[in-house]
Design a protein around this ligand. Structure first.
Ligand code: ADP
Ligand code: MG
Ligand code: MG
Length: 256
């Protein structure tokens, strides 16, 4: 069973002038296969910075701490190596991939991660099945990745990748943002299918509690000013829904 371990992670963002602005102030988190964690926090608290840092985005510099996946040092891996190691990062603002169809993109990703190309006959069926489960038009497979995708299509594409690539640990950053209620349900069902396999550790990052009505997290972490300030079970999400983040912000102050 896989484990992602984040220890005392401190990260600064590289500003255009070359300066470093500290964002993450020592994050500790362990995500095991089969567990669903929710990170919740106000805007600007550093949630996406955490996701980008684990993804290896060049704008973010780790100044202290460690991230390991089954003991392997994630921070020394290239972005490709991180994906091959079984990390899946769905970004808040997915990029366009000009001239590459959804079908080819997914097949290339699957090949890179598994180390061999998926069998053509079974792969077509898997792709079709994933699209059916997400209520997507089969023509979607021939469109270019993210080109002109609606918000809902981007998120469905994200979940399609998640289901087909079968990662050890998946980090979903604001997968719920910009979804109408039907799309939210379809996307949540996809996440819950992945969850039900018990093979993937899920880290859901969100500002709002609404997705947590459809996906019940095992653990909730409140994230304020670059660190986790409270942890609990699903009841904590309900408390946040009722009370908001105010009481954390009052005592948060600047990250030290
Ligand atoms: P969240 O996802 O919780 O809303 P972010 O991680 O996006 O928070 O941002 C945390 C803080 O870091 C914010 O103050 C934001 O302005 C700053 N920040 C993040 N990325 C950059 C960047 N590329 N350049 C400058 N500031 C950044
Ligand atoms: Mg934000
Ligand atoms: Mg964010």
């Amino acid at each position: 069973m896989s484990t992602l371990e984040i220890r005392d992670l401190q990260v600064s963002v590289k500003l255009p002038e070359g300066e470093l602005k500290p964002i993450l102030a020592g994050v500790n988190l362990t995500v095991r296969a089969g567990e669903t964690h929710a990170i919740m926090g106000p805007n600007g608290s550093g949630k996406s910075t955490l996701a980008y840092s684990i993804a290896g985005h060049p704008k973010y510099q780790v100044t202290a701490g460690t991230v390991t996946l089954d003991g392997a040092d994630v921070l020394s891996m290239t972005v490709d190596e991180r994906a091959r190691a079984g990390l899946f990062l769905a970004m808040q603002y997915p990029v366009e991939v000009p001239g590459v169809s959804v079908a080819n993109f997914l097949r290339t990703a699957k090949t890179a991660i598994d180390g061999e190309a998926p069998k053509l006959r079974t792969w077509a069926g898997e792709l079709r099945g994933a699209m059916e489960r997400l209520h997507m038009d089969p023509a979607f497979a021939q469109r270019n990745v993210n080109e002109g995708f609606s918000g809902g299509e981007k998120k469905r594409h994200e979940i399609m990748q998640l289901e087909l690539l079968n990662p050890r640990v998946a980090i979903l950053d604001e997968t719920d943002s910009g979804l109408d209620i039907d799309a939210l349900r379809v996307v949540s069902e996809g996440v819950n299918r992945v969850r039900a396999t018990g093979e993937t550790g899920l880290l859901l990052i969100t500002h709002y509690t609404r997705i947590l009505r459809y996906i019940q997290p095992d653990f909730v972490h409140v994230f304020v000013a670059g660190r986790i300030v409270e942890e609990g079970g699903p009841e904590l999400a309900e408390k946040l829904e009722a009370e908001g983040y105010e009481r954390y912000l009052a005592g948060a102050g600047p990250a030290t």
